[in-house]
Design a protein around this ligand. Sequence first.
Ligand code: COA
Length: 260
Amino acid sequence: MGWTHVRYETAERIATVTIDRPEKLNALNDEVMAEIDAAFARAKADPQCGLVVLTGAGEKAFVAGADIAELATQTVRGGKEKSLRGQAVLGRIENLGKPVIAMLNGYAFGGGLELALACHLRTMAAETRIGLPEVGLSIIPGYGGTQRLPRIVGRGRALEMILTARPIDAPTALAFGLVNRVAPRAELAAQTRELALTILGNGPLALALATEAVLRGGETALEEGLRIECDLFGIISSTADMREGLTAFLQKRKPDYKGL
Ligand code: COA
């Protein structure tokens, strides 16, 4: 595809997007962000892709944050635009219509953790640590961290992470519900693949609509959220895949979903 810092591979309907700038611990500069965006656009359109695993190259880092060298020259207007652009990229990941797992093979700091928060699930190497160190540099999280982190772990835990700027270890991240699985680094890819294949055994439209219900409903009052769920339940009821899923169960065979 001609990208410099992002790799894209598919196997078993899993597209693996690897941020590949290990000499800078996969830090996110504008070019890396644009390539991540392009890789997810490819995943969205790719019929070989039912789910994305996002990870970082090298042993040390998933992503060690936004590129601090790039931030250093920032102006007020530039800062706001950078934040808006980054938030849009992360929003497209969150609303991809296919499940996305962030596989935190190493440090996920600042923008790296924010990127992982826009993914639907997170797995983490037992040996690493993750956090939002921004206020230690006298900046604030700008890729959704102040908004998504409290929604996932609760306001008290989020504010502790943001205000202390201290990273947390894997047992703490698991206890917070910030990550879904922790595995020794050597076993992380295998365990993430197993999680991905379990998800991929389910109806692709159902995965997309259930995710949409959770994301949209989470931002509304219960009554409105329940209405969103009803509407999406109506939509899924019109699909060939739903009839296939129910018929396969009754006929005691494996379903063959077409995404229709
Ligand atoms: N932006 C730009 N470059 C970064 C970076 C970032 N966020 N994080 C690491 N790098 C670069 C380092 O400058 C270094 O480059 P160099 O070899 O040209 O000097 C290279 O990546 C390796 O990092 P180094 O600090 O030597 O590795 P380490 O193992 O000693 O420390 C960390 C690892 C993650 C603890 C440390 O790199 C760090 O604190 N990074 C910044 C984390 C952060 O605050 N992120 C939030 C930004 S808003």
